[in-house]
Design a binder for this molecule. Structure first.
Ligand SMILES: Cc1ncc(COP(=O)(O)O)c(C=O)c1O
Length: 496
């Protein structure tokens, strides 16, 4: 076994008087570096601390400090009575993989076959809310700058200060029980949903709820009614499950049930947004709700109710959820905190019939285990302490003001160019374009002016497309909305 001399160590270690690091730290770094670069070989014995201290002209404690650190990290190994040695297996060896392959740039570019379904998914995903910069009139975003940041930070800090060991392991796949209870209470009071906490399954946003439901309830080839026009996110999850999609037209009363029955009387599932139809903004009438429930009972078809933004209703009382009206347990109810709090929270929920709790919990385990527990605990407290209710009330007032600004400005600038539909709910309004004008061309011209409008035709699957734009108002200040409307007016005049 080789033995390194004190003079070799001294040659390797030159202290830097100007360095902010103390001497023991400098010695530690130099020795570690010498070991890693092979200048001190594995297995070599290093001189005694007394000899090293003398050679380097430092206190013995300085040397002992550095050596202890190197032993603790696995670079050196102290052997009782015989000295200190460089470890034969260095800790860094077990952290890095040797690069045997060519660099990525030198690899041959190949692509093995994808599933047929993946092609549809790529197109649909471009229609979903994305990370692009927020600018008027992006429809799906809430006013995140009005979020109670300090309060949330306090609740997060409170959780960590409790040293929450129980929140750092794997939680229940169905979610953190206090949060499920808080949601069940909220839904019972605010949405007339009939449920127990056990029926609430926490998911990573409504999108995951749609995905789990599609996978669990649909077999390849099953007929499924979707709204026409409708939410592309559910089209994507249903397509991925192999569903046979049946677009059913929506009119001012909501989904047209007669039309659905005529197209496919035996659908396995129906997807609806009854409180605020996405994207047209209509509310499904009570008559249609009852008709849908009666038909689904006869056909033994599940109903997937997506209640994505029902908290926002401005002049009338909220419409109770369809789930609460059903005589049987055939409704899977979906909600999200993306619109009420902020989208990156990625927390949403399902309320499932009691008979499906176990299978949904199992599916939640398979799909990524569970949502982060600390965030769930913070949110549970946010709700039970009353902050959630207060936040919704504040946002409702703010959005009502912003909606009024948009409608006023549109009346002034867009009359004759765009027919803005005054709807009572949600975070956006619809602007109808005159017949024959292509909404995608208008959206392109508007984008060139610096505003972001979602063309309605993108949400249709079949023919009978109506031309219009979705105009989000919630996330934008009054000046931003006014200037946005003027930019949109310029784009619309250019197209006429
Ligand atoms: C109708 C509808 N459903 C579901 C979602 C998905 O919401 P989340 O962000 O919770 O996944 C959205 C998002 O915009 C939506 O508009």
């Amino acid at each position: 076994m080789s033995r390194i001399s004190s003079s070799l160590v001294s040659a390797l270690v030159a202290f830097d008087a100007a360095s902010p690091d103390p001497l023991h730290r400098q010695l530690y770094s130099k020795l570690r570096n010498a070991i890693l670069t092979g200048r001190i070989s594995p297995g070599a014995q290093i001189p005694s601390s007394r000899d090293l201290a003398r050679e380097l002209g430092v206190a013995r404690n300085t040397v002992l400090n550095a050596i202890e650190q190197l032993i603790a990290e696995g670079y050196l190994q102290g052997e009782q009575g015989s000295g200190t040695y460089v470890n034969r297996t260095l800790p860094d060896d077990t952290l890095h993989v040797p690069h045997l392959q060519a660099s990525p740039a030198q690899r041959t570019r190949t692509c093995y076959p994808l599933s047929l379904r993946s092609k549809g998914l790529t197109t649909l995903s471009t229609l979903l809310p994305s990370a692009k910069q927020t600018k008027p009139f992006q429809p799906a975003v809430p006013a995140v700058d009005a979020f109670p940041f300090d309060l949330w930070a306090k609740l997060v800090q409170k959780q960590w200060r409790r040293h929450p060991r129980n929140l750092l392991g794997f939680g229940e796949p169905a979610g953190y029980l206090p949060l499920r209870s808080a949601i069940a209470t909220y839904l019972t009071v605010a949405r007339a949903v009939r449920c127990e906490a056990e029926q609430v399954i926490i998911v990573s946003g409504a999108q995951q709820a749609l995905d789990l439901t599609s996978r669990l309830l649909i077999d390849p080839g099953d007929p499924v009614w979707i709204e026409e026009p409708g939410y592309p996110g559910v089209r994507a999850t249903l397509l991925a499950a192999g569903a046979h999609l049946i677009p059913v037209p929506v009119d001012e009363e909501g989904l047209n049930i007669q039309d659905g029955v005529a197209r496919s009387a035996q659908a396995r599932l129906v997807y609806v947004t009854p409180s605020h139809q996405f994207p047209l903004g209509y509310t499904m009438t009570l008559a249609r709700r009852l008709e849908l429930l009666n038909w689904s009972q006869r056909a033994r078809a599940w109903i997937l109710e997506d209640d994505y933004d029902s908290e926002y209703r401005y002049t009338s009382r909220p419409i109770p959820a369809l789930q609460g009206l059903a005589a049987q347990e055939q409704v899977i109810y979906v909600g999200t905190f993306s619109k009420v709090l902020f989208p990156s929270l990625r927390l949403g929920y399902l309320v499932v019939p009691s008979a499906l709790v176990d299978v949904f919990s199992a599916a939640r385990t398979v799909a990524a285990g569970q949502s982060p527990l600390i965030e769930q605990a913070v949110l549970a407290e946010f709700i039970t302490e009353g902050h959630f209710g207060r936040h919704i009330r504040r946002m409702r007032t703010l959005y009502q003001e912003r909606r009024a600004v948009l409608l006023d400005e549109a009346k002034r600038e867009l009359t004759g160019l765009l027919g803005v539909q005054v709807s009572d709910a949600g975070l956006y309004v619809i602007g109808w374009l005159p017949q024959g004008i292509d909404d995608r061309s208008v959206a392109q011209l508007a984008a060139a002016e610096g505003v972001d409008t979602a063309p309605l035709s993108g949400f249709y699957r079949g023919s009978g497309k109506r031309s219009g734009l979705m105009l989000g108002f919630a996330a934008f200040s009054a000046p931003e909305l006014r200037s946005g409307v003027r930019k949109l007016a310029r784009a619309l005049r250019a197209v006429k």
